[in-house]
Design a protein around this ligand. Structure first.
Ligand code: MG
Ligand code: ZN
Length: 97
């Protein structure tokens, strides 16, 4: 497993049947919950848990994309084709937000 597409396919193989029964809205709510867990791990500066929660967020995002029929790798390359999509620079020169 080395690419975004392969990770999404792995999540499909493991979880698609369960994800389908849960549905898009409840799967999205799980993704939001995992983002909350990542937030708490960052606030505690718990390095090991931050890593785990990053993995959870990506896994739930992949599950959601599988249900929505979104190819994550295509979506990422389309929006971020090798440079900042707003200013077109590497590194980005947009005003800091
Ligand atoms: Mg978690
Ligand atoms: Zn930029």
């Amino acid at each position: 497993m080395t690419s975004i597409r392969e990770f999404q396919e792995l999540m499909r193989a493991i979880y698609y049947e369960r994800d389908s029964r849960r549905g898009i809205e409840r799967t999205f709510m799980w993704l939001v919950q995992e983002v909350g867990e990542l937030s708490r791990a960052i606030l505690r500066n718990d390095r090991e848990n931050i890593e785990e929660e990053v993995a959870d967020v990506l896994a739930w995002l992949a599950s959601l994309c599988n249900l929505l029929g979104i190819d994550m790798e295509n979506a990422v390359i389309k929006k971020y084709p090798g440079r900042c999509p707003k200013c077109g620079s590497i590194p980005c020169r947009c005003d800091l937000k």
